[in-house]
Write a protein that binds this ligand. Structure first.
Ligand code: ADP
Ligand code: DP6
Ligand code: CO
Length: 356
């Protein structure tokens, strides 16, 4: 038995949706009730770093394992298992076709992952996390897989992860096949198409959310009447306007749809029974701050959006940095926004560019 340890590492970026995914039509295959669209943020700021290793010398009794941010993490869940199974099946096919290849598909996997930003706090850790997990193992197994194919696999781990395999502006097409083979992401535009775009991340709380995205959206699908309206008309309209706004680099439209869609998503959370509240008083203060900034500028220069957590992401254009970042800092002075990196000013992380 060889002691050789095979190893591959990769990083993956966070993406923050401007038209939100919220709702599953098939929880087992992780298929969404609606298409969604996001912006991939620079890995220089927020990223997951994952190393996958395997060896015939790893005891089979230990099985596969994941160390997440230094702590053992449960990977027995059906969604992580689906990712591992898909990747192993592809590796096994390569091994069957070429008997000189080591049988990596049969070795236990050790995964070590670290997020350099809060985990499970509404800053898309599951997106960066599963994108990195899938790509690290695909690299380890030397799979000839395209980003689209990896996107299809990552989707089964966490829906939003399918969008983190691409940079720039990314759509997740919901697809209509029952087996989910057409439900994956594609790039709508490269980051360089709109080089002025920036994101400001306001970390209101780094604490783990009370209701996970997975369980929150299932409760919404089961109980909210407003949600039916959202997926039937609101999201399809938002997707169409958003794709046009990005193609035309129309910030006013981009901003309006971003804010409306975030509001619509949080309204369906409030309409869930019992209701789910992801935003808090500081989140609402951030919304008011954006309104003040836009009023002062006399045009829309900033757009807020909130995922399933209280933390705000503000999209703006580089040319408006002073009006947005400067004013934001002043308006929110005194608000308890905490921070998660000492380099930040009160949790404000200015000027994150986009990832190609
Ligand atoms: P978030 O808003 O951060 O995406 P979610 O509730 O959607 O929060 O998902 C959080 C879960 O995603 C974590 O509890 C963990 O199971 C998984 N996750 C986060 N980071 C990673 C990672 N780096 N590798 C593997 N899984 C991860
Ligand atoms: C509000 O992708 O975390 O961030 O598929 O159950 O893992 P699972 O959910 P997840 O949900 C993300 C919800 C959102 C909106 C979005 O990213 O589109
Ligand atoms: Co998530």
């Amino acid at each position: 038995m060889s002691d050789k340890v095979y190893r591959a590492s990769t990083t993956a970026p966070v993406n923050i949706a401007v038209v939100k995914y919220w709702g599953k039509r098939d929880a087992k295959l992780n298929l969404p009730t609606n298409s969604s669209l996001s912006v991939t943020l620079s890995q220089a700021d927020l990223r997951t770093l994952t190393t996958a290793s395997c060896s015939a010398s790893f005891p089979a009794s230990e099985g596969d394992s994941l160390l997440l941010n230094g702590e053992p993490s449960d990977i027995s869940g059906a969604r992580t298992q689906a990712c591992l199974r898909e990747l192993r099946t592809r590796r096994a096919a390569l091994e069957a076709a070429d008997s000189s290849l080591p049988k990596l598909s049969t070795y236990p996997l050790r995964l070590v992952s670290e997020n350099n930003f809060p985990t499970a706090a509404g800053l898309a850790s599951s997106a960066a996390g599963f994108a990195a997990l899938v790509r690290a193992i695909a690299n380890l197994y030397e799979l000839p897989a395209s980003p689209s194919e990896l996107s299809l696999i990552a989707r089964q781990g966490s829906g939003s992860a399918c969008r983190s395999l691409f940079g720039g502006y990314v759509a997740w097409r919901m697809g209509d096949k029952a087996d989910g083979t057409d439900s994956m992401a594609d790039q709508v535009a490269e980051a360089s198409h709109w080089p002025d775009m920036r994101a400001l991340v306001l970390v209101v709380s780094a604490a783990k959310k009370g209701v996970s995205s997975s369980s929150g959206m299932q409760q919404t699908v089961a109980t909210s009447g407003l949600f039916r309206e959202r997926i039937a008309t609101v999201v399809p309209e938002n997707m169409a306007i958003m794709e046009k706004a990005i193609a035309e680099k129309d910030f006013e439209k981009f901003a309006e749809v971003t804010m409306r869609d975030s509001n619509s998503f949080h309204a369906t959370c409030a309409d869930t029974y019992p209701p789910i509240f992801y935003m808090n008083d500081v989140s609402r203060a951030a919304i008011r701050a954006v309104e003040t900034i836009n009023e002062k500028a006399g045009r829309t220069v900033a757009a807020y959006t909130f995922d399933a957590g209280p933390n705000a992401v503000i999209y703006y254009q580089e040319k408006d940095t002073e009006a947005v970042v400067g004013t934001f800092y002043h308006v929110l002075q005194g608000a308890d926004v905490g921070g998660w990196k000492s380099a930040e000013i009160k949790g404000l992380k200015p000027t994150i560019s986009l990832d190609e």
